[in-house]
Ligand binder design. Sequence first.
Ligand code: C2O
Length: 534
Amino acid sequence: CKIRHYNFTVVLKNTTRLCATKPIVTVNKQFPGPTLYAREGDNVLVRVTNHVQYNVTIHWHGIRQLRTGWSDGPAYITQCPIQPGQNFLYNFTLTGQRGTLLWHAHISWLRSTMHGAIVILPKKGVPYPFPKPYKEKVIILGEWWKADTEAVVNQAMQTGLPPNISDAHTINGHAGPVSNCSSEGAYTLHVETGKTYLLRVVNAAVNDELFFKIAGHNLTVVEVDAAYTKPYKTDTLFLGPGQTTTSLLTADQGIGKYLIAISPFMDTIVAVDNLTAVGFLHYNHTLAFTPTTLTSIPPVNATSVTEVFCESLRSINSKEYPANVPLTIDHSLFFTIGVGINPCATCFNGSRAVAAINNVTFDMPTTALLQAHYYGISGVFTDDFPAKPLIPFNYTGAPPSSLQTMNGTRVYRLAYNSTVQLVIQGNSILAPESHPTHLHGFNFFVVGRGVGNFDPEKDPLKFNLADPVERNTISVPTAGWTAIRFRADNPGVWFFHCHLEVHTTWGLKMAFLVENGKGPNESLIPPPSDLPQC
Ligand code: C2O
């Protein structure tokens, strides 16, 4: 195992997109940011130095951070922000994971421009559980705002109105010719006839779940969220923000130039940047004027495509890659999640959008929860997060007319190594929406999903406990539910939230507090000496 050193310098960079130039917050002047490469077992050290006027933190999305919660990155959950002029050394070891993940800023909406891929290769000498590709490519999907994204989110917080939607989607930073600013270029994947490529696709968008498609070609999914899957052949990928999908592409069409397209999914169109971004798959020896083959893009409300994709993924579950699904449950939790409207005296319309889990809208603390927990600082959080909704929930009856939320900085406490089953139910008060929900510090198994009300008697009988897919982010289906299981084997404080940033902003978030175990390697390590102070 090696030590990998990276320097991430946070700086402004003037960037031109959609025919206009604006300064954006970047890592190392790159957009998207640098790809972090390492092998399973490596120790990764990233020195983040802040040269902008904003507070920053970086989250290594999906990295387990076993006992190293100090390096997880969500602002005010595991750390105080790195202030202008300051730096912090993130220090973590890659354990039991290989594949593609992402890193991103985890404060305000800075992740719109501060994000990049993480590639975890298998240990030296360990092959992939699929045919060795000829080449590997990282493809990062994102969104672009003409306005400054910090201004967009501040407007939303101050007026209570939903923030502006993005002005374009991007593939490795480019919207492609659809933007009509053709000099800005398009992502192009150059391939050689007959060769197989490993595409590491990352959804780093802020607020949109996305479809990804290459005209005339199938993809074979082999890994999601840095956990291998049984091979799954499809013509369309579906990724919520924060999710990653690695698949094999065989360049089996001989010659030509084919469209690569991404487009958003939202089945009730509340507010979505409806634009498609395109790139090209280009065979070598193909002349530039070869016409592109058009691809059909799933419509924005293609719920059935998302269902087929989500239900087809399975973990490998072999001797080398076992699926250790918890079979007994210590904590059986039921979380309703959704967005609603609350009265707000100071807001534009006398009301504002709020989001909640179990009717609790999370208030961000001003001291990091992990520090408060470690040093026993009282008054920062309470550990009474409800195991089920405070207001009884029934989706098929009349849904409650408001979330009737209460505010609080509440955590749910778990003993070390206890097992959790969590059913996440969309409550659809404002509109039925799919929520890509992310748990920090763990991978979980997705044992079930369905539409309508979760039935606690019948639905568990259908759970897949043999080879459920293992992930860190899962799309809770529109007007439906998802059931996940995990083992609380990572002491610390772990954020759980919708990865649509607008919903996180509105309060769709909470945290789990996992206590130390009694064994020698079962406690959180002490905080690093350069941990930022609030
Ligand atoms: Cu990728 Cu808490 O986020």
